[in-house]
Design a protein around this ligand. Structure first.
Ligand SMILES: Cc1cc2nc3c(=O)[nH]c(=O)nc-3n(C[C@H](O)[C@H](O)[C@H](O)COP(=O)(O)OP(=O)(O)OC[C@H]3O[C@@H](n4cnc5c(N)ncnc54)[C@H](O)[C@@H]3O)c2cc1C
Length: 555
């Protein structure tokens, strides 16, 4: 387990803390799950002044929240389904996230081409675009524009010209999903929450019929322990029903998840320039071709009913073929084959069970908060974009339960929409950039650091100032530097080589070998922070598996 925050008696750089750090006085709120929902709940609860702890079975964002399409968006798909309330709420949240985390959530122009006989004709796209802007109260980065065929081809010359009738350019946002979780969890810690990673809830403690705490297991050391809590919030995304069954084996499932897969390819192989929204020529579903980094693109997503366990979900061959065929139909010169796929990632959408018999992608993304027979509050459904709203609703339920329990007054509301996440104080970015340049770091490295850490890049620069050798690249094909490994271990709870390369600095996704060449050096740097022996360091480096075509690195 790694524990940092309010009750940590040592600095967050102090390595594994004993589970005893979570025992003692009952917590006001114990949050299970360190994805975007749990991190958001912990931030909301801590900012409302509640004694809060978050426990995550693996790493922050290990689950769905590092395997999304990385969009902060209203969702054209939901617009089509007439879920206007959800779209309006998401567009408001898009504006909030662009403001509080500008380094992680970036505006992006999307091109939506329309071909003759498309499922959604051009006039309908024009009406939808107008509605999309209207639901954002025309406060988007820019309003949409309709484009004729020539203008579309000027922007994307490799698009299929045959039958192209026109299209639209509109604005949404792309985000670094895993880093958004880390920043949100750190914001919770800054407001006094404790966060324990690699700490799994294995059972509940009871006072009468009510849950009064949890049993814990440290997944890195095998150590076990307990923590007491006045309220427990289940924010485990696609694992939510597993936890609910732990509370009451007879309970009906809240979720009916679907699998969504992505493929990562070199951008040059597709030949597109910017983000593309398309109706898949295979089945008409809305999907995306999205740029990532300077050289890469990913394509997603699929939407398939499945009952596979969330921890072992991986892209199937059918998923990959479907995605590649969809791209090839729109970019006829691409001729993508499976050999072009650098990596895949897949996850389960924690969708609420429908009961309405519609096709899976027509299911509601809205969330709900439900209290179980033992008093556990489950927050389920939703999406990355709307995590703040989910967190508010879940904490409201916890505040109600605490009030009922001991009559305490309602704590003040939290200004989560106005308070920047760590690194998000955009006014200072120019000064920080200057510091990196003065230090003599290569410009791609400065750009990379600002993109990942925002103003907190200053802390990485400080490490370099103290020890010059920390400015060296940890992988020959990537601008990431050694100082970052120390930074993410000290401040961002990274504890394994995979935590670092996959979810903190993204070397795993942005290099041709999936970060393999950086594994030994990353382990050596982590060893310095975490006190690993030479033997453990070698073992940890060997445990790193790059994400492959089967997404195996995630299993
Ligand atoms: C393919 C795909 C694409 C998506 N794209 C987008 C998008 O572009 N934009 C958008 O807004 N939304 C998107 N979503 C939805 C969004 O990603 C999810 O709604 C969101 O990430 C769910 O977050 P979560 O925190 O609820 O769950 P998770 O991120 O899955 O977190 C749950 C956590 O609970 C932990 N856990 C489980 N059991 C235990 C236990 N016993 N003890 C302790 N911890 C435990 C897990 O390890 C996990 O880390 C997408 C979803 C999918 C599947």
């Amino acid at each position: 387990m790694t524990l940092a925050g309010a009750t940590d008696t040592r600095s967050p750089s102090g390595g594994s803390a004993p589970l005893a750090g979570l025992a003692g006085e009952p917590w006001d709120v114990l949050v299970i799950g360190g994805g975007i929902t749990g991190a958001g709940v912990a931030r909301e609860a801590a900012m409302r002044g509640l004694r809060t702890v978050l426990v995550e079975a693996r790493d922050l964002a290990w689950g769905t929240s590092s395997r999304s399409s990385r969009l902060v968006h209203g969702g054209l798909r939901y617009l089509e389904q007439g879920q206007l309330g959800l779209v309006r709420e998401s567009l408001r949240e898009r504006r909030v996230l662009l403001t509080i985390a500008p380094h992680l959530v970036r505006p992006m122009a999307f091109l939506l081409p329309v071909h003759r006989n498309a499922r959604v004709p051009l006039w309908k796209v024009a009406a939808g675009m107008l509605l999309y802007d209207a639901l954002a109260l025309f406060r988007n980065v820019r309003v949409h524009r309709m484009l004729g065929k020539r203008a579309l081809l000027r922007r994307e010359p490799m698009l299929r010209e045959k039958d192209l009738t026109g299209g639209a350019v509109y604005w949404d946002a792309q985000c670094d999903d895993a880093r958004l979780v880390v920043a949100t969890a750190r914001a919770a810690m800054a407001h006094g929450a404790a966060v324990a990673t690699w700490t799994e809830v294995t059972g509940f403690l009871h006072a009468g019929r009510r849950i009064s705490g949890v049993q814990l297991r440290d997944r890195l050391t095998g150590e076990t322990g307990t923590a007491l809590a006045h309220t427990v919030i289940n924010a485990t995304g696609p694992w939510a029903d597993q936890l609910r069954r732990m509370e009451n084996p007879a309970v009906d499932p809240l979720l009916r998840p679907t699998r969504g897969s992505h493929v990562l390819v070199e951008r040059g192989r597709i030949g597109h320039r910017g983000a593309i929204t398309l109706a898949s020529p295979v089945d008409g579903r809305v999907m995306f071709i999205l740029p990532w980094d300077e050289q890469l693109s990913y394509v997603g997503t699929t939407d398939t009913d499945t009952d596979e366990p969330p921890e072992s979900v991986a892209a199937t061959e059918d998923d990959v073929v479907y995605l590649l065929r969809s791209v090839n139909a729109l970019f006829p010169n691409a001729h993508l084959t499976e050999a072009d796929v650098r990596a895949t990632w897949s996850a389960l959408r924690p969708l609420l069970a429908p009961g309405n018999g519609k096709a899976e992608s027509a299911r509601s993304r809205e969330h709900l908060v439900a209290e179980g027979s033992g008093g556990m509050i489950t927050v389920a459904g939703g999406k990355l974009t709307t995590y703040r709203v989910m967190a508010q609703d879940a904490v409201k339920a916890a505040v109600g339960a605490l009030r009922e329990r001991d009559g305490r007054p309602e704590p003040p509301e939290a200004l989560t929409d106005l308070t920047p996440l760590p690194g998000g104080e955009s006014a200072e970015l120019g000064t920080i950039r200057g510091q990196g340049v003065e230090l003599g770091l290569p410009l791609p490295t400065v750009r990379h650091l600002l993109r990942l850490y925002g103003t907190e890049a200053a802390a990485v620069f400080n490490l370099v100032r103290e020890e010059r050798f920390l400015s060296r690249a940890i992988h020959p094909g990537h601008p990431a530097i050694a100082a970052e490994v120390l930074h993410v271990a000290r401040r961002e709870l990274a504890r394994t080589v995979e935590d670092v390369l996959m979810r903190r600095i993204r070397v795993a996704w942005e290099t041709a070998d999936g970060g393999a060449a950086a594994a030994a050096e990353t382990a050596a740097l982590l060893a310095r922070e975490l006190g690993w022996s030479a033997e453990e360091t070698a073992r940890r480096a060997g445990e790193y598996h790059p994400p492959g075509r089967s997404g195996a690195g995630y299993l």
